[in-house]
Design a protein around this ligand. Structure first.
Ligand SMILES: [Zn+2]
Length: 240
C-alpha cells in the first residue's frame, strides 16, 4: 500500500476557478484537509499556503519512494458542464490508482465522457514525471455547475474516503472519537513511547516505531509530555 502526498491546487493568492459562491482554491483545501483527517499517518498534506504550480514545488519535493501524489482541482466551464476526471501525463498509462479514482468520479461526480485523459501541456504532471513520482491531477467536478458543487460539498467525506480507498488506504474513524493511540515523546529524554489507550510501551529502536505507525492507521505522532506528565499518565493506568 502506498502513502499519499496531497497537493491542493492554486492558493497563495490564486483563487483558481470561481462559481456558485466558492473558489476552487478554498474548496480543494477543504477536501485536502478531510483526506488528511481520515487518512492519518498514511497521508502527507502538502503546504496549503503554497501554490505548487507557481512555486514549482513538485520539482523540489523529496518524498520517499512509497508515496503517490494526487493534486486536487475543480473545473470551470459553461454552467451545464459537469463531472470529474483524472489527468495523467501524456504518454503514460493509467495505473490502478488512476482507474480507481476514475471509477469513483464516474459514480459520485459523473458527466465526463472520458474519465482519464493524458495531457502534455500541464506543468505539474510533467514535473512529477521528470522526478519519477506517481502523480495524477484530479478535477473533482465543475465549480461552475450547481449540482457538482452541491455533491462536492454534501459528499465531501465520501469523496475523501474514496480517494484514500483508491490507494488502498483505510480511513480512520470518521467522527474522530476513536483512534489507535499515539506516540509520546518525553521532554529531556530520547525514549519515545507507544500509548495504545491502555498501556505505555517504550520503543527500543526506530524500527519498532516504524512498524507501529504502519499497523496503526491514523496514529497521532509525537505528543510531547513532561516527565511529570508521563508519571501521572502511568499512575492513572496502574489503577484498575
Ligand atoms: Zn485548477
Amino acid at each position: 500500500m502506498p502513502k499519499l502526498f496531497v497537493i491542493a491546487g492554486h492558493g497563495a493568492g490564486d483563487p483558481g476557478a470561481c462559481g456558485n459562491g466558492y473558489t476552487e482554491a478554498e474548496r480543494v483545501r477543504a477536501l485536502a484537509k478531510r483526506i488528511k483527517e481520515l487518512g492519518g499517518g498514511n497521508v502527507i498534506l502538502g503546504d496549503l499556503s503554497r501554490d505548487y504550480y507557481r512555486d514549482n514545488g513538485v520539482s523540489t519535493l523529496n518524498l520517499p519512494g512509497e508515496y503517490e501524489i494526487v493534486e486536487l482541482h475543480m473545473d470551470a466551464g459553461v454552467p451545464t458542464a459537469r463531472g470529474g476526471h483524472v489527468i495523467i501525463y501524456s504518454g503514460y498509462q493509467a495505473d490502478d490508482y488512476d482507474k480507481a479514482l476514475a471509477d469513483m468520479l464516474a459514480d459520485i461526480l459523473p458527466g465526463r465522457s472520458q474519465m482519464i485523459v493524458d495531457r502534455g501541456n500541464l506543468a505539474n504532471p510533467e514535473r512529477a514525471a521528470m522526478r519519477g513520482y506517481g502523480y495524477r491531477l484530479v478535477e473533482f467536478g465543475f465549480i461552475t455547475n450547481a449540482e457538482d458543487v452541491k455533491v462536492f460539498n454534501s459528499r465531501m467525506d465520501d469523496i475523501a474516503s474514496e480517494v484514500l480507498a483508491a490507494f488502498g488506504i483505510k480511513t480512520g474513524n470518521k467522527t474522530g472519537g476513536e483512534n489507535m493511540g499515539c506516540i509520546l515523546s518525553v521532554e529531556g529524554t530520547k525514549t519515545q513511547y507507544y500509548f495504545d489507550g491502555q498501556s505505555v510501551h517504550p520503543f527500543t529502536n526506530g524500527k519498532e516505531k516504524t512498524v507501529i505507525k504502519k499497523v496503526c492507521n491514523g496514529i497521532t505522532d509525537s505528543i510531547k509530555l513532561t516527565k511529570d506528565e508521563l508519571n501521572d499518565l502511568k499512575n492513572v493506568l496502574k489503577r484498575s
